[in-house]
Design a protein around this ligand. Sequence first.
Ligand code: FE
Length: 207
Amino acid sequence: MPHDGHTDEMSHLSDVELRVRALESVLTEKGYLDPAALDIMIETYETKVGPRNGARVVAKAWSDPAFREALMSDATAAISSLGFTGRQGEHMVALENTDVVHNMVVCTLCSCYPWPVLGLPPVWYKSAPYRSRAVIDPRGVLADFGVTLPAETEIKVWDSTAEMRYLVIPKRPAGTDDMSEEELADLVTRDSMIGTGLALEPTGTRS
Ligand code: FE
């Protein structure tokens, strides 16, 4: 399946990506651009701005049964009904984590990622070790992320492609019955929507 050409080799970069890289080096060389500042901006889109959208989707699914049902049957439509649309978000599938099954997402070939709900992919998501180990040893990868699941929980690994992007709906933490959608969204981390993390406990510690 096609993966939009996001491979590690320069030769597989798109024309736009090559131009962006060339521009970045020229601007840095001439002193117009501070790579550290650029890293901070990218980090912001990786961890704050982007995943905020996904967190709102998850929080709504947790608190609104009709929305949850719509999301599970047609994630693309349900997500775009909240205004989150765009490139790499055209064919979304929602995967719900339960006591029985834990879903985890990878792109084994490159870095396919649901941009409209999660923003930019983190560096580790694009790394060769994650891409290969997620499939071979998902429990080991989860351990590296500090997540230990009961032995009886099945771990399902989903390979993203240009045709299909996945959003993991983490398990709703206990003790959150009285929380508003806004408060619930604060518990939904980026990693919990990739499946390499869990939603935060209301106290702020990992469940
Ligand atoms: Fe890919």
